[in-house]
Structure formats: structure tokens, C-alpha cells
Design a protein around this ligand. Sequence first.
Ligand SMILES: [Fe+2]
Length: 310
Amino acid sequence: MTQAKLSADVLIDTLRIFELNNRSISEAARQVNVNRTTFAHRLKTAQALLSDDRPQIFDAARWTYPRMISIDAPKTRWIIGSDLHVWSGEPPVIYKAFIAVAKKLKVDGIILNGDIIDGARVSRHPAIRGSAAPKIEVEIETAKRWLKMLPNAQHKLWTMGNHDLRIDSYIASNANELSNYIISLAEHFPAWKFSFAFEINQTFEVRHRFRGGIHGAWNNTLHSGINIATGHTHQLQVTAMRDRNGSRWGIETGSLADPFGPQFEYAEGAPSRAQMGFAVVTFDEDGRMMPPELCEMVGGRPVFRGDHVL
Ligand SMILES: [Fe+2]
């Protein structure tokens, strides 16, 4: 097959995809499944021909939060916790363990894997009469206070969870005229980098949610084709996928909230696989992910690597 000359349509689309991927050549190349050099060449041609003619489509194509941010960080250790569902008051014991392990291991990165805010009062679900759900401003101020308890780390990432999105959605639905006046959730937490997903060392994806059910972790690594950590299900588990490409891991990061907290009254206290805990992952100097480690509650105490954390 001979290579036809690139059409204007493809060149415009090249610029659009570049914008959509936060102006990252590597990520844009991956989206269209060409190598980096090919995309870089296509982009150069497009920019030379269309430099001052950037159609509105680029703005329309942009997501409110990035779709994916890639980070190269070999020889690093990360702590990943999700579903804190902050209301008010003091943090649960499992969150205190999250802080303690992050400090003890001197982690290079902390990932809040979504649903840090609960947003009960701006939920589309009916309110429960007599519920003590706090105002959004209380949740945000409480979250700020709790997040300040974490040690500093080189990478501080936050994947958008469906509950986190409630706040921006509420503003968009009920006060869109004020959307430039009221700051977004991300603007309340400038120390954190927000995205729907992060990819670390091109071998590990972290996102709030993907597949559900009892085999969520298994299906996530099966269908993503790489190591992956998700929250949302509040299940805490690691499954190994072994195939001709070697081993890879599906991780569900449990919950940093107490499953019997008032945030979960809607579940009526029914039996559930929700489990308090979090995960730690380590990469070697080649960016290979080591088998993940979990912290979970045993006998009412958080345990990590066989020892009580608190
Ligand atoms: Fe969620």
C-alpha cells in the first residue's frame, strides 16, 4: 500500500487530538495508535500549515479534567487510597493508618483514587429525612484539614470520582451563570493534580472506576491490558493475571471511610464486600511494578506487612 498524502482533515484532527491529550505527543500518539515519531511528524506538518487557524473545535474537544496524565517515575513507591467520602469531624482510623504508612515509607507519590468528597447534599439521590449530611463547604474544609495531615510527596494525584464530580455538576446544573464566579473542586486543592486517570511508567493505570462486581479487579486488568488500580467498589483485593506477557495486577483499593459511617445509610446496612484499606505499589529502576501490598483492618486494627500500624 502506498502512503497517500495527509489530507487537511487528518491534519486538523491531529491538532485536535494533540489538544485533547494536554499537548502531550506521547499520549496523542498512543490514542491514534501510531509511534511517537510518526505523530510528531504529522503534528509538525499540521502546525506549519494551520498555525494561525485553530478552529473552535479545539475548545469544544477539551475535557474539563484531563482524560489521562502519564508520569514517568521509575524507582518510586506510591500509596493509593480511595473513597474517603469526607463528611465532617475527625478522620477514621484507616485514614490515620494511610497517613502513618505514607510517612513511614517516605512515599514518592500519594494517589487519592476518587470519591474523597461525598457530596451527599448535592446528590441526585433522594435525601434521607433527618440525615446529618454536612454542607458542601464543611466537607471541603474538612477534606482540606485531613489532607494537610499527609506528608509531603513529590507526586500528589487525585483521580476524579463520581462523588467528587457531584459538586461541579451541581454548579453546572443549578448555577451555570455563576460557573466562572464559583471555583471548581480542583481549585480548592491546588496542591493536587486532578485527572480522570493517571498512567505511571506506562505499565500502571489508576482511575476511580472501571468494571464492577466481585471480579472487578480481574476484569480491570484483563480489559485494560496493564496493571490497574481502581476504587469505587469499596472492595479491597489484588488479583494476578498471568499470560504470555508475564504477570500483571488488578487492584481494588478498598475504602478510607468506615462502611458503617452515616454516608452509607442508603445501603441500609446490608451485607457488603466493602472493606477499609489501601494499597502500596513499588516500581523498580526499569519501571516494572512489583506485586502490590495491601493494608487492611484485622480485629479492628490496621495491619500492613504483618504488623499493626496503629
Ligand atoms: Fe465512586
